[in-house]
Design a protein around this ligand. Structure first.
Ligand code: PLP
Length: 361
């Protein structure tokens, strides 16, 4: 069945085999069949995320795990630092405030990365239990050097837990989270993993679980200790999980591992380079500070005063769906995602359509 192809930064294209897997008959979530499914997906996701730490699969979108991070890592009387350089950094701050955390936000200009020195300056005030950072700001197309930030935090603030939103990068970019020492990594299913929305994945360090033991009100649905109690005793999840999505995840993990992680990351990189070259050919600059461009989504400055909604509509009529700028960047920028299932041939098709539009302009 032909359908409009998605070049938006999530949800992304889902392979037909993965879509079909969702139509399998239901199984009970306390059955052996489900336990096999759950733990086999956990094992393959650990391979994909290069981790040997705890990994939980939640029936939630990524925002839920932003909530899980702040609920489980910040003790009473302590603070959380939210680094904000775009809409999803801001989301994390809203989530922290909404959960009653003493949350300190540091705002950085959109388009810039979060830098170690910004984090250092803020943490120097003391009293922090955790810092939240968005690895790949989907609203600005900026990827921060979280490895460098994590080194700084480990060296100078060893008790501060590092919580990283990798919603739009995990699965498309190499993120050695154990090597970097990330305490809490979260991602959603509908981005570079190329699954339907509805699942979220958390990679959690042992010291995060230790910290959770010192936090009295962790809620219930996102209580890490409860989740760990079930997962580590063979009982999978406390609540009924999205079984059909896990069936889909099982097929998709196999597809990802069959492609090969290196090949997958290289494909994302190549599609990014093609997108940069296309923008350059048309005299369009990128929104991201040079050196910090996202490998999964390119945010392009509308320097030529293009009628962005008209261009998006033109592409849509030809079966290709691309993204406008996010929030306050709408029409001033537009976004081309190159994540998940998209290949260089798909990117070429989009560029031909956009070229046709710009020639008419
Ligand atoms: N963080 C980032 C970087 C995102 O791009 C998004 C969604 O686009 C989110 C968080 C929120 O994720 P979800 O929509 O899965 O809740």
């Amino acid at each position: 069945m032909s359908h409009p192809r998605l070049y938006i930064p999530g949800p992304t294209e889902v392979h037909p085999d993965v879509l079909r897997a969702q139509a399998r008959p239901m199984i009970g979530h306390r059955s052996t069949a489900f336990a096999e499914l759950y733990y086999s997906v956990v094992a393959r996701l650990k391979e994909i995320f290069l981790t040997q730490q705890h990994l939980f699969i939640l029936t939630s979108s990524g925002s839920g795990l932003q909530e899980m991070a702040v609920r489980n890592t910040v003790r009473p009387g302590r603070k959380v630092l939210n680094m904000v350089a775009g809409a999803f950094g801001d989301r994390w701050h809203q989530v922290a405030v909404g959960n009653g955390c003493d949350a300190v936000r540091v705002d950085l200009p959109w388009g810039q990365p979060v830098r170690p020195e910004d984090v250092d300056r803020a943490l120097a005030a003391g009293g922090f239990d955790a810092v939240t950072i968005v690895h790949n700001e989907t609203s600005t197309g900026v990827m921060s050097d979280v490895a460098a930030i994590a080194r700084l935090v480990h060296d100078r603030y060893p008790d501060v837990l590092i919580c990283m939103d990798a919603v739009s990068s995990a699965g498309g970019v190499r993120i050695p989270c154990d090597e970097w020492g990330i305490d809490f990594l979260l991602t959603s299913s509908q981005k570079a993993l190329a699954l339907p929305p509805g699942l979220a994945v958390a990679v959690v360090s042992e010291r995060t679980l230790e910290r959770a033991r010192e936090v009295p009100h962790r809620g219930w649905y996102f209580d890490l200790l409860l989740l760990d109690k079930y997962a580590s005793s063979g009982r999978t999840t406390p609540a009924t999980p999205a079984i059909s999505l896990l069936q889909a995840a099982s097929v998709q993990c196999d597809r990802i591992l069959t492609e090969g992680l290196e090949a997958r990351w290289a494909r994302h990189q190549l599609c990014m380079e093609m997108t940069h070259a296309w923008a350059q050919e048309h005299g369009l600059d990128l929104f991201a500070e040079p050196g910090y461009e996202s490998r999964t989504v390119t945010c392009i400055r509308n320097d030529r005063n293009i009628d962005v909604p008209a261009m998006i509509a033109f592409a849509r009529e030809r079966g290709l769906v691309m993204g406008n700028g996010y929030g306050k960047l709408k029409n001033q920028t537009f976004r081309i995602a190159h994540m998940g299932e998209l290949t260089p041939a798909h990117m070429e098709e989009l560029f031909q359509v956009l070229d046709a539009y710009l020639l008419r302009d």
